[in-house]
Ligand binder design. Structure first.
Ligand code: ZN
Ligand code: ZN
Length: 273
């Protein structure tokens, strides 16, 4: 005989009541399992068993599916800004349900939320609606770099975007080292600067960006060994200077929180000021 708990677990820990009934589990059996505490009723007609990611549990309990930044961050895709609370796809015109400890960020985007979580492509499209073009672009490049977006997926995402936003996909590359690189390239593109990315310079190594004789490096790394890294950077900058390059370096806080200074410094360097 089928075990109710095993059946729900095999479906990823969440199952709809009608599907379980089709497999022979009666309403009475489901109600009994809920009373016994072996199965949870997350909302009307949706049951859970076994371990479930807390954000997914919250999203389903709230009446929708996990999506947007929450799904992307689960897959270690770079998301800006950092988000708090599960982003929940409810579908257009649907209302969320109150539940204890709710920190959900509801999204009323069209379509029918699946059970559990939205797929990666949907989550990326939702991120653009939720957090804007920059966030979408950086996450898209991050997902591509991690080989999560084969060509067919990129094409589908492009098609699903409004025509006015498709250039974001056309500008994207697979080799951005960090979300900061993505942001910097996008922002400089918007003021008409065309950068070469991931350029190998003999005697220096691979640098993030080159425009004219200016090298731009962004430091998206975390927890690197400060002193050793600083020494390596100085050696590289010296080698580049000997070849006639000037190097500007920016970190996360500068790119994210003080972009006007970063842009002004780059433009001034290019003017030779
Ligand atoms: Zn909630
Ligand atoms: Zn969102």
């Amino acid at each position: 005989m089928l075990s109710l708990i095993d059946t729900i677990r095999r479906r990823g820990g969440i199952a709809r009541g009608p599907d379980l009934q089709r497999l022979g589990f009666t309403r009475t059996a489901l109600a009994r399992a809920v009373r016994a505490g072996t199965v949870d009723r997350l909302r009307d007609g949706v049951f859970a068993a076994g371990p479930i990611v807390p954000d997914v549990r919250a999203a389903v309990t709230h009446g929708g599916a996990l999506t947007c930044a929450s799904v992307l961050m689960e897959q270690r895709i770079w998301v800006l800004p950092e988000v708090a609370g599960p982003h929940v796809w409810l579908g257009a015109g649907r209302h969320g349900r109150a539940h204890p400890d709710c920190a959900c960020v509801p999204h009323y985007y069209r379509g029918s939320p699946p059970l559990g979580r939205a797929d990666l492509e949907t989550a990326l499209l939702h991120l653009r609606l939720c957090a804007g073009d920059e966030a979408f672009f950086a996450a898209f490049e991050s997902a591509w770099r991690q080989r999560l977006l084969p060509v067919a997926a990129r094409r589908r995402i492009r098609e699903a975007l409004p025509a006015s936003a498709r250039w974001l996909v056309d500008l994207a590359r697979h080799d951005a080292d960090s979300g900061l690189e993505s942001l910097l390239r996008l922002r400089l593109h918007l003021i008409g600067l065309r950068l070469e990315s991931q350029v190998r310079i003999v005697g220096v190594g691979r640098v993030d960006f080159v425009v004219d004789r200016l090298i731009i490096e962004v430091d998206g790394r975390e927890n690197h060994d400060g002193e050793t890294q600083r020494h390596r950077d100085l050696v590289r900058d010296t080698a580049a200077a000997r070849l006639g390059y000037r190097t500007l370096r920016f970190d996360y806080a500068q790119v994210v929180h003080d972009w006007p200074s970063v842009q002004a410094a780059i433009l001034a360097a290019l003017r030779g000021v």
